[in-house]
Write a protein that binds this ligand. Structure first.
Ligand code: AMP
Length: 213
C-alpha cells in the first residue's frame, strides 16, 4: 500500500507516519527530513536549500522529485508513506508517473485537517529526538524528565530552525497557495480520505486506520 499524508505544517504527518511505519512495516519518505539531512551533511544541494528552508519557502520541484525518485529505487517493504510530498501539482503529476513506471499504484491520500490556531500552537511547542526522530510537544507530550528519549534513550533533543513564528507564516502561505490545491486534485481522482487531525495522537491513528480500511 502506498499512501500520501497531506496537510499543513504541524498537522501531525510525521507523528502518524512513524506510527504507520511501525504498525504496517511501511517506509516513511519525508522530503523535509531528506532536505534537513542534506543541509546537515553540508552537500552542495544542502547549501542550495538551506536559505530557502529557513525562510519557509518551497525548494524546487526538480530537487524534491529527484530525491523521491532515488528512494523509490530502494526496498518498499509494506509500501511507502509520502510525508510532505507532493507539495505542488507538478510534484503530484511526477509522483503519479514515477509510481506507474514502477508498476505501483497510489492507494490513498489521507488529508489531515487541523485548524490554523492549533498549528501555530503545535509547531512552536514541537521538538524531536535528533537520533530517532521521535516527536515531542511541550504541552501534550513533553520530553521525559530524565532527559532521555522514550523511544531510543538518546539525549539529543532538537528544535527545528524553521519552527518559529516568522517562517511558519510563510510555510502556511506556501501550503495554502501551492499545496492545498492537491486536495481537489486527489478528490477528483477518487483517492482522498479526510480525517480530523485535531484529536489525541491515538484518536488520529484510529481515524487513519479507518480511512485506510
Ligand atoms: P517539512 O519537514 O515537511 O515541514 O519540510 C521542511 C521544509 O523543507 C519546507 O518548508 C520546504 O522548505 C522544504 N520541503 C520539504 N518537502 C518539500 C517539497 N515536497 N517541496 C518543496 N519543498 C519541500
Amino acid at each position: 500500500m502506498n499512501i500520501i499524508l497531506l496537510g499543513p505544517p504541524g498537522a501531525g504527518k510525521g507523528t502518524q507516519a512513524r506510527i504507520l511505519m511501525d504498525a504496517r512495516n511501511m517506509i516513511q519518505l519525508s522530503t523535509g527530513d531528506m532536505l534537513r539531512d542534506a543541509k546537515e551533511s553540508g552537500s552542495e544541494m544542502g547549501k542550495i536549500v538551506a536559505d530557502v528552508m529557513a525562510r519557509g519557502d518551497l525548494v524546487t520541484d526538480e530537487i524534491v522529485i529527484g530525491l523521491i525518485r532515488e528512494k523509490l529505487e530502494g526496498d518498499k517493504q509494506g509500501g511507502f508513506i509520502f510525508d510532505g510530498f507532493p507539495r505542488t501539482l507538478a510534484q503530484a503529476d511526477a509522483l503519479g508517473k514515477l509510481l506507474a513506471e514502477k508498476g505501483e499504484t497510489l492507494d490513498a491520500v489521507v488529508e489531515m485537517q487541523v485548524d490554523d490556531e492549533a498549528l501555530v500552537a503545535r509547531i512552536t511547542a514541537r521538538s524531536t529526538c535528533g537520533d530517532c526522530g521521535e516527536v515531542y510537544n511541550d504541552l501534550t507530550k513533553p520530553q521525559p524528565a530524565d532527559g532521555k528519549c522514550s523511544n531510543c534513550g538518546a539525549s539529543n533533543f532538537k528544535r527545528r530552525a524553521d519552527d518559529n513564528a516568522e517562517s511558519l507564516k510563510q510555510r502556511l502561505m506556501e501550503y495554502y497557495k501551492k499545496t492545498s490545491p492537491l486536495i481537489g486534485y486527489y478528490y477528483a481522482k477518487g483517492d482522498l480520505r479526510s480525517v480530523n487531525g485535531l484529536g489525541e495522537i491515538d484518536e488520529v491513528k484510529v481515524a487513519i486506520d479507518q480511512a485506510l480500511g
